[in-house]
Design a protein around this ligand. Structure first.
Ligand code: GDG
Length: 460
């Protein structure tokens, strides 16, 4: 079968004029999209009281963008509600934060149904469809119920929890069934893949076949592990160019860069740093921690709470250890330009990436890409970040244990240059090959293979 257009579908579309293309996913998919005249379908940036009933098409020189509009109330219940107050906490193991409201679940189904009705007429028979992330899990099911026969792949950017955590989602069998309607479901890690097999087995009597597919009700779903990455060369260039016109930090610096999200383990990181300063007084006035944590989803209560907690903790550490000349924690609750981040990574002795649970975590990879080969910094990485599967040469920590974080900080600061270089070389060598282009190519190759095999065509 010939390869038609690539059609990407995600909650947010890239800019219609290409002006804000620096983000990972657009860079990753640009080449694949422009090769066969691709189309990216995604939500418009703003919601409107009277949303259009069809997609709004915009031609870019590289690929087309089609926007779908949503009513503000429905969007809020779908996005802040079901997506980010049910699925996000559940998938990140925070079942205590799940906010069950029936209007959230119905808005989620409704938005996916409306989107499918707009997408179906825009498709051509040989298009390859690639749906992204937890906001759109039901989309294949909705498209297929409208008679769409195209192959549909799905990639989950966030972790998939174990069966028992997953079962805390009301109507969890429906969510499992939605996954089961894709032809290929891709995950960040082997951990997530194993959880999917178990969930399919329990919810849908899915059976693992010798070919690695799951048999569900007479059809087959391919599953695979595709760790996402970054534009390694591009990010490295940003760091190198910026470093030429910027001075190094005055004190050895530890850096953390995270959306202000409870999954990122920010309070635990600060506690680890506090323990480090308490246990190692010789480092006081000798290091700083720069934490950049731009706001996100701040209409959701759990996000307001984490902000208050972080402000309290950074104030406490500064009050406890700070002097007139030295501020132990610099905390910035704003987004910085990407090129500035790259230089900050470059000049930081330690990169702290300590999520409690994370699909991948691109900051870990950006930190490594931005280092000076001759004098690299050290990555301290949570065992619960998807990135830990691929980055064993980082100092791997348990983010729940402040002593473990504290000792890793000390080890990183004391590490001789030869060991820093050796660890960095290994991390960078892996990253250079496994960049974001490698990720998208691997997923699309697998989707094409599923297509060529023509699995379950009859069953449909
Ligand atoms: C989801 C999954 C998975 C952060 N602050 C600023 C800024 N950032 C950039 C980082 C990085 C990106 O945002 C964050 O990516 P992460 O991977 O760390 O995390 P999520 O946003 O939670 O992403 C995650 C990812 O999807 C991809 O599949 O890895 O596990 O949760 O690129 O540098 N960028 C700028 N200013 C900031 O202040 N410009």
């Amino acid at each position: 079968m010939s390869v038609g257009r690539l059609v990407i579908i995600s909650n947010r579309a890239p800019s219609v004029d290409g002006s804000a293309d620096s983000g990972g996913l657009v860079v990753a998919l640009k080449d694949a999209l422009s090769k066969n005249g691709g189309l990216w379908i995604g939500g418009a940036a703003d919601q409107v009281e009277e949303p259009a009933q069809t997609l709004r098409f915009h031609e870019r020189p590289d690929f087309d963008v089609a926007l779908f509009e949503t009513d503000p109330q429905i969007y809020s219940d779908y996005y802040l509600g079901y997506s980010n107050s049910v699925l996000w906490p559940a998938f990140h193991g925070r079942v205590d934060l799940i906010d069950v409201q029936s209007r959230y679940a119905s808005a989620y189904r409704e938005v996916n149904k409306r989107l499918a009705r707009m997408v179906a007429p825009a498709l051509r028979p040989d298009d390859q469809i690639w749906v992204h992330d937890y906001q759109l899990i039901p989309l294949a099911s909705e498209l297929k119920s409208l008679g769409v026969k195209n192959r549909i792949g799905f990639f989950l950017h966030i972790p998939l929890p174990d069966l028992h955590t997953f079962m805390a989602i009301p109507d969890w069998q429906d969510v499992a069934a939605w996954f089961g309607q894709y032809d290929l479901v891709g995950f960040q890690t082997r951990r997530d893949l194993a959880n999917m097999i178990n969930i399919f087995r329990h919810a849908l009597r899915g059976e693992l076949r010798a070919n690695g597919h799951i048999g569900i009700n007479g059809r087959e779903v391919a599953i695979g592990c595709f760790p996402i990455s970054i534009d390694v060369e591009g990010f490295r260039q940003l760091a190198m160019n910026g470093a030429q016109s910027t001075d190094p930090a005055p004190l050895p610096r530890l850096i953390g860069v995270d959306r202000l999200d409870y999954s990122k383990g920010l309070p635990q990181r600060l506690s680890g740093y506090e323990t480090f300063l308490a246990n190692h007084p010789e480092y006081r006035s000798k290091v700083t921690l720069l934490q950049i944590a731009p706001p996100t989803r701040d209409k959701v209560q759990a996000y307001r709470s984490i902000r208050a907690e972080l402000e309290h903790l950074s104030g406490r550490i500064n009050g406890r250890f700070g002097t007139v000349e030295w501020t132990p924690v610099q905390y910035i609750h704003r987004a910085l330009p990407r090129d500035e981040l790259a230089v900050l990574f470059h000049y930081s002795r330690v990169g702290l990436v300590t999520p409690l649970f994370d699909g991948m975590n691109l900051v870990a990879k950006e930190y490594v890409a931005a280092q000076d080969f001759a004098d690299p910094g050290v990555l301290v990485l949570s065992q619960f970040a998807g990135a830990a599967e691929e980055m064993p040469e980082a100092l791997i920590v348990n983010p729940h244990d402040p002593h473990d974080i504290a000792e890793a900080i000390r080890t990183a600061l004391d590490m001789p240059a030869a060991e820093r270089i050796e660890r960095h070389q290994a991390l960078y060598a892996h990253l250079k090959v496994h960049d974001v282009a490698h990720w998208s190519a691997a997923f699309l190759k697998r989707l094409k293979k599923v297509d060529d095999l023509g699995l379950d065509r009859v069953a449909r």
